[in-house]
Design a protein around this ligand. Structure first.
Ligand SMILES: O=C(O)[C@H](O)COP(=O)(O)O
Length: 482
């Protein structure tokens, strides 16, 4: 029995800790009725006690996670038992004793025929699934391109009969025969029909609710890339290598990090990019990365502006701790919550923390646009975005809109926060965004700074995927501290 929940389960559990977000709770209840209602109950309980201290809340959350994990494991075990029981009912063991050679041959033939039929059905289903998946991917891509760029027509209430509702919920499937070839034909018919009605470009005004008002410029449907923006997570830092939460501790780049930054600069140069302004945090690893990139590009003269608002997320009391050890002590799911959730703030740093004095006595934090006492003591990703947005809007946006190409040499989580804002990523989906070190992210934006296409991580895609996985795995118990 698996004691540790799967990735999906973990995501489910993250939702439990957003008791103010009704839609997420519903999703959980749909997925894991039993566990969800248990945790939901405690979540509501927590909500009713706003004065609860952060450490107490953390303690309770950890307990809840453990309980939820046990319940999930029990559910899984139960499902396994049910599956085995169903299989033994439906597939009785073969009785071979007393059969002649001829009987055995006939039985073999029959079994082969059955296998052929099942195989054929499997093949048909797989093709249908692949076709649907492709269609979903195409539609998602279209949604991505359209998101935020057209006014959605106001939805009207319509009366739908129970039959029609059932049809809408179940699709055409409930009327179809189980002849898969016939189904494939049906799919084709549906597709042809869909193409007719979804050719909305031919009827742009009606579909966008624009009749009688200012017409959209036709090019709005081929949103042009007006600005290019580059985000960069600094090269590997000394503590990335040791798998410790580094955050506001001012670690320098590791040897590998230096190479990563230089390679990033060479790649950008090869691809012919030029920067007009660079923004960094006030942490050395992001500044060092910017310098190395500009040096490799031969663009050392480009102005570099620094702000604490671009700093890495403040990991509070977690600073300097080893992620794999934390996973061992608190569970991988808890570490993932701390690292990737949107609005969970880790426990705050206090004066007893070994790095408190080093951080807050550092002269650089006396130069910030907020008094030192008001600087964060721990931050969720949401809080990172809250402190980053004013700087983005007031300082960086005007530079980009003046036509300058900007590089933001920042950190894993300050980049994630900005991506969430620019790409309008949901609180649920941002959990799955992880950036590798030293890989430039190119965003192509329209005149209102909305992305016109998906972000591009520049470089060897296989290496980038492996690097992302490595960062994700840092929060696992057996993470190698290479
Ligand atoms: O602060 C750090 O240690 C990293 O730069 C970011 O860590 P994370 O990948 O655990 O968010």
């Amino acid at each position: 029995m698996a004691a540790v929940p799967t990735k999906d389960d973990v995501i489910d559990m993250q939702f439990f800790f957003c008791p103010t977000d009704g839609s997420l709770q519903q999703l959980i209840r749909k997925k894991q009725n039993h566990t969800a209602s248990f945790v939901f109950g405690i979540g509501s309980f927590l909500q009713k006690k706003p004065k609860i201290s952060a450490s107490r809340r953390l303690f309770l959350k950890t307990k809840i996670l453990k309980k939820a994990s046990t319940l999930l494991a029990e559910e899984k075990e139960q499902k396994k038992i049910d599956r085995e029981r169903t299989l033994s009912e439906r597939v009785p063991p073969l009785k071979l004793s007393g059969l002649s050679v001829q009987d055995l041959q006939i039985l073999c033939k029959e079994l082969h025929q059955k296998i052929d039929v099942v195989d054929e059905e499997r093949y048909d289903i797989e093709s249908k699934v692949a076709k649907n998946e492709k269609e979903i991917a195409d539609l998602s891509h279209k949604i991505f391109e359209l998101k935020g760029k057209m006014k959605r027509p106001a939805l009207k209430r319509v009366r739908v009969s129970a039959d029609a509702m059932l049809g809408a919920l179940l699709g055409a499937k409930h009327k179809e025969s189980i002849d898969f070839k016939a189904n494939l034909k049906t799919v084709k018919k549906e597709e042809e029909k869909k193409e007719e009605v979804t050719d909305w470009r031919k009827n742009v005004d009606a579909m966008s609710g624009m009749e009688g008002r200012k017409k959209m410029h036709p090019y709005r449907f081929f949103w042009m890339s007006k600005y290019k923006l580059f985000l960069l997570r600094h090269g590997e830092g000394a503590w990335n290598k040791e798998n410790r939460f580094c955050s506001w501790v001012d670690q320098k780049l590791s040897e590998n990090g230096v190479v990563e930054a230089q390679e990033c600069g060479r790649l950008l140069k090869e691809q012919g990019y030029q920067f007009d302004q660079v923004f960094t945090s006030i942490l050395s690893r992001s500044i060092q990365t910017a310098w190395l990139v500009l040096e490799a590009m031969g663009q050392e003269w480009v102005p570099v502006t620094k702000s604490w608002r671009i700093n890495e997320r403040h990991y509070g009391a977690l600073i300097s701790l080893n992620r794999a050890e934390m996973a061992l002590n608190h569970g991988e799911e808890q570490v993932k919550l701390w690292r990737r959730s949107y609005d969970i703030t880790p426990p705050p740093i206090d004066e007893s923390h070994p790095y408190y004095a080093e951080i807050y006595n550092d002269r650089r934090y006396s130069t910030c646009d907020v008094p030192k006492e008001e600087l964060p003591k721990a931050e969720s990703l949401k809080e990172v975005l809250d402190r980053l947005l004013p700087y983005w809007n007031d300082v960086i946006v005007p530079v980009i809109k003046s036509g300058q190409t900007v590089l933001i040499s920042a950190h894993g989580n300050s980049c994630r926060a900005l991506l969430k804002h620019l790409e309008d990523i949901s609180e649920t989906d941002i959990v799955n965004v992880t950036l590798p070190t030293g890989v430039p992210v190119l965003l192509e934006l329209d005149e209102d700074l909305r992305p016109v296409k998906p972000r591009q991580l520049l470089g060897d895609q296989a290496k980038i995927q492996a690097a992302i996985k490595k960062v994700e795995d840092q929060g696992k118990v057996n993470a190698q501290n290479k």
